[in-house]
Design a protein around this ligand. Sequence first.
Ligand SMILES: NC(=O)c1ccc[n+]([C@@H]2O[C@H](COP(=O)([O-])OP(=O)(O)OC[C@H]3O[C@@H](n4cnc5c(N)ncnc54)[C@H](OP(=O)(O)O)[C@@H]3O)[C@@H](O)[C@H]2O)c1
Length: 350
Amino acid sequence: MSHQTALPTPRVVEVIDTTPNQPWPQRVRLRQDERQPIGAQQVRIGMLAMTVLPADLLQMQQRYGVQPSLPYVPGHEGVAVVLETGAEVGDLQVGQRVMPLGAGGLWADERVVPRRSLLTLPAQGDALQQAMLAANPATAWVLLKHMGLAPGQWLLHNAANSAVGQCIRQLAEHLGIPLINIVRRPQAIPAGAGGHWLVDDGLDAQALRQQVVRITGTQPVGLALDALGGTATQSLAACLSESGRLVVYGLLSGQASQLGPHDLVFRGIEVRGFWLARWFGEAANRQASREVYPALLELARQGVLHMQVEQVYDLADVAQALAHAAQPHRRGKVLLRGLHAAVGQTAGTP
Ligand SMILES: NC(=O)c1ccc[n+]([C@@H]2O[C@H](COP(=O)([O-])OP(=O)(O)OC[C@H]3O[C@@H](n4cnc5c(N)ncnc54)[C@H](OP(=O)(O)O)[C@@H]3O)[C@@H](O)[C@H]2O)c1
């Protein structure tokens, strides 16, 4: 068992109002948190950096797959250091970097979590990149590896400049998957980016299909990944080859997916939804799910995975961080910085 030195009182963010259309400052408050004693198999962690994800924003508007009752501490992903270990935790050292998985409630300076929810991380890694590893890279990994894409088939995806989109691109290049990236505005195409890029507003499915065919020729387009819903779903469906699969994994447009019967009935397009939390929970995916994070950590170590950062805010400025994260045309992720961010000064330490 280890003990921390005297530290300032930790803070915690609470969501107090999830009424749709409420201004961000009125949804959250910051309060002082009391340090609780920890159990034998628990670990006190000090948060370094936490991502503001679309999932966090959806949950604060009652639009997510799980809705905690109010007030709740938000935050699905982040990176932390070990501050104190319970009596039965023998394999973690104070100062070790860890990633809490499935713990939730991470927008805080400190959390007490079960040992089993922690994945150890290399201390010399870029803390901001580590903070962004749990949700979006894992989503990209599962979408590419486990949604039925066959060797030689083309892959299409929209919102290609999103964090998930960046990971899809990097993983597809690493795995040798032919890919077409779709964004809604030309400025979203990274300067000097290789590969195939199309700009689409989701309004003319046939025009998009013609552009796709110009790239793929007679080769099959087997899988399309939709982060948007609305008219974008139809656009992607029209671009798939017969019997292709469309996976809707995001609802960024805020609109219900539109899909005419032609592609479903006459062309045999198969549509399914995807939610990472659900996929991890399904018994059939038990073995495959154990392989996700070791694979991602290795790819991060090799430099295959790298996500763009827009800005890092202190926890005290959570309302501004939320407003910023909800804005379009960002260059990358908005993150929050916890009290313990000064620990381990390496590149990318928040
Ligand atoms: N199902 C799952 O398990 C799972 C897991 C992780 C993420 N997701 C979902 O994946 C999506 C991407 O997440 P992220 O964290 O990667 O997002 P992000 O980094 O915040 O990026 C958002 C992207 O969406 C684009 N966008 C927003 N609204 C749009 C619209 N109406 N039409 C076209 N493009 C639009 C933005 O383009 P501009 O730059 O042009 O504004 C930006 O590229 C979200 O829907 C998220 O909820 C799902």
